[in-house]
Design a protein around this ligand. Sequence first.
Ligand SMILES: C[S@@+](CC[C@H](N)C(=O)[O-])C[C@H]1O[C@@H](n2cnc3c(N)ncnc32)[C@H](O)[C@@H]1O
Length: 488
Amino acid sequence: LGGVQAVVPVAPPDELQADHVGSALAQLRIGDRQVADLARLQRALAAQPDSETLLFQVARLQVWLDRRADALVTFRRLLAVAPGHAEARHMAAVLAGEPPEKASAEYIASTFDAFADSFDEKLVGWLEYRAPQQLAALARRVLDGRIAERAIDLGCGTGLVGAEVKGLVRRLDGVDLSPRMIGHARRRGVYADLAVEELVALLQRRPDSYDLALAADVLIYIGDLRPLFAALHGALRDGGLFIASVEKGGGARYIAEKSGRYQHGEDYLRRRAEEAGFDLVALEEVVLRKEENRPAAGYVFALRRRPPVAADPLAALSTDDLLAQLAQPAAGLLAAVAQRMIGRDFQVGWALDIGGGMARHAEDLRRLSQHLDMVDPDPARVRVAFESGAFDECEAAGTLDYLEARPDHYDLILAGDALVRAPDAPALFSAVKVALAVAGVFIALADPARQDAATLQAQAQAEGLVVLAVEPVSLPDGRPGLCLIAES
Ligand SMILES: C[S@@+](CC[C@H](N)C(=O)[O-])C[C@H]1O[C@@H](n2cnc3c(N)ncnc32)[C@H](O)[C@@H]1O
């Protein structure tokens, strides 16, 4: 946990003994001492270049000192000596910018088994860890006097959460990957059932079982929350609550920090919760604990499970039928214009299709952009786009909100019929201007019966777009159209 635990498989040389405790205490001190420690460890490593212990300690100290490139090299050296070293594997992937979607079961189990006996002392005593109390306070508020019949503590660890929520639940289960952490939880005597298992797998085995699920300081080991939220939706009963903490990240994505742990942005939580069928009933910013002697900012939040939506008539159709409903005749035309603008043999990084009408032409667009997203407020339309497999990310959201939340993000934005459907073209232009990266291109089709060329041009320019052309085009179904091409 961020260098607090000392996983020392072999006894370190004598001169390093003091640092055994120090590798934990180091977390609480900043400054020259670590640089001196690192130099000492590196001298020792030069004498024993294959020492797992020394490689591990050096790598951890390099991370601490923010020497990430050095730490990556050291973790890779460690992996060459000990290919099964789960933490080295995780950290090397994170430092190389290719984090896994969540921490592996081996990494979690080995880390927390090593940490179990000192977890409470270090977290509560040294790092002023408060997530269990914060979750319990939020649970008390959201339950509002009710008692949860059956609850589960996900990643229960030594059972600190169990001790806090005793009075709020009739029966409490717990699950954790670390047998030794579970051993401590068992001794608290507050859990009816304790399982050593991966928590998503356990939730999938227990459909419709819980009124309340809690996860304190656990989602920091899970980056992509989609599988967890889907499993939770299955395991919670209607109206069931999920109350958890995350480390505070930014925006609509999650990231893996140099600590190896994940941080989630508020927009990311909102979006994934909404998609999975939850209402966000509370979200508060808190200080979770200390990290490198500074307060670690986090969120505690509560989700309430919505009942599944009644079967959608679209669900009965094949993907081809669904696609036909989505595709618009003009999409091919837009793809051709985009090709012309970008130029043959060139590629942009990020492209967005507002409305998802380009699905049928996704292959053309893939040649033009490395990453292709779609957005539309209509969830049915988004599902169709998602099922087409054409897009990297599909999101049901208001187009303006979506664009404004991604400043300087897209090199290419396409709007097959968004402009036709937009009640307020200037607002769309303004949001597009925000989301376009430098020299990004916006290509949209308009209906001349609703919007004439001169007005469109003036509106786009008033919002700061550089209009390159407003061309009259003939749509494949014979209707006249207007194609607007603008740059940021
Ligand atoms: C920082 S501890 C928090 C423990 C406890 N919730 C508390 O607040 O004291 C994180 C715990 O989550 C467990 N954990 C992390 N990922 C897990 C997963 N995917 N499945 C089950 N347990 C997991 C770890 O083993 C560890 O015990």
